[in-house]
Design a protein around this ligand. Structure first.
Ligand code: AMP
Ligand code: TRP
Length: 327
């Protein structure tokens, strides 16, 4: 029996952070390792072109993200790892879906609004971004898509478009479902009302930060004046975020952490957390350094995945075109 298909992508826009890890990447690895799914993980390089870049920078970001994938434990023998831009069918399907997507639906997308997409000078790619994302997913008939909660609205569009195509042209696509982790939204350490993002560097822990950098950022994390270590997202968003991160990395439940840290002060929690993060990613840092020494190895891992994804998606797009009447 064919295993359920699982697809997800990450944009190569710079170093990955704790939000990317706890919201998505950690799940990629554990889902891959269950051996229950046919997994496709890709570098969303076309999506990343909606932000400013230089060619040199982009090439480096793609290699770095591929190294991140490998260093964290994604395994080309267990999952298909590929680059979106190497697979023409993503764009072909995106165009077809573009012709079925009302502008109003795209204008409502919060990511589009947040990125200032409605301005005259914004690139059109930002507007049609969710349509390409829908194509990425339904092209492989993904049943599951592991993502952070900021992508849920985009995923809903993918479902809508799959349904719309099926009802217009006959059953062709699977409707995908999101898979969230226990931490679908990691908050910024310095501003716990905002999500962790590399655009807010002081509150953002990168997966390959040195122990010193991790320590500095965690010790400066915003807390409150109560001096009691307990979980309360409303009145103590900073401490609650730290507890959540602690819990996700250590596997301890939050009530157990409240007991463990009872009577201690905030800096004791922060020191504990900073050591935990440093140790947790020690192997990743080492692996990444090693993997980056062999760029040829990275490129050949990607080419193998590109080949496999090309073959599968070319067959699918052929079927799609036949359904539409494109001969
Ligand atoms: P991106 O870097 O935008 O391609 O995001 C890669 C993945 O990380 C997506 O699944 C996002 O939803 C997820 N992600 C990004 N930031 C966060 C965050 N602060 N908390 C949880 N997940 C996140
Ligand atoms: N938009 C996603 C993000 O910013 C990246 C992405 C592109 C993606 N295509 C996808 C994620 C398909 C899941 C499935 O995180």
């Amino acid at each position: 029996m064919q295993k359920p298909i699982l697809v997800s992508g990450i944009q190569p826009t710079g170093r990955l952070h704790l939000g990317n890890y706890l919201g998505a990447l950690k799940n990629f690895v554990s889902l891959q390792n269950t051996n229950k799914y046919e997994c496709f993980f890709f570098i969303a390089d076309l999506h990343s072109m909606t932000e400013e870049f230089t060619p040199k920078e982009k090439a480096k970001q793609i290699i770095e993200l591929a190294a991140d994938f490998l260093a964290v434990g994604l395994n080309p023998k267990k999952a298909t790892l590929f680059a979106q831009s190497a697979i023409p069918a993503h764009n072909e399907l995106a165009w077809i879906l573009n012709t079925m997507t009302p502008m109003g639906e795209l204008r409502r997308m919060t990511q589009f609004k947040d990125k200032g997409g409605d301005q005259e000078t914004a690139n059109v790619g930002l507007f049609t971004y969710p349509v390409l994302m829908a194509a990425d997913i339904i092209l492989y008939d993904a049943k599951f898509v592991p993502v952070g909660d900021d992508q849920l609205q985009h995923l809903e569009l993918a479902r809508t478009l799959a349904r719309k195509f099926n009802s217009k042209f006959g059953k062709t696509f699977t409707e995908p479902q999101p898979l969230l982790t226990q931490t679908p939204r990691v908050m910024s350490l310095d501003e716990p009302s905002k999500k962790m993002s590399k655009s807010r560097p002081p509150g953002c822990i990168f997966m390959d930060d040195s122990p010193e950098e991790i320590h500095k950022k965690v010790m400066r994390a915003t807390t409150d004046s109560e001096s009691v270590i307990r979980y309360d997202i409303q009145t103590k968003p900073g401490i609650s975020n730290l507890l959540r991160i602690y819990s996700s990395l250590s596997g301890e439940l939050i009530p157990d952490l409240e007991k463990k840290f009872a009577g201690m002060n905030y800096s004791e929690l922060k020191i504990g957390l900073s050591n935990l993060i440093s140790n947790y990613f020690a192997e990743f840092r080492k692996n990444k350094k090693e993997i980056l020494k062999n760029k040829k190895g990275i490129i050949s891992a990607l080419s193998a995945g590109n080949k496999k994804a090309s073959k599968i998606s070319a067959e699918k797009i052929k079927k799609v075109k036949t359904k539409i009447g494109l001969i």
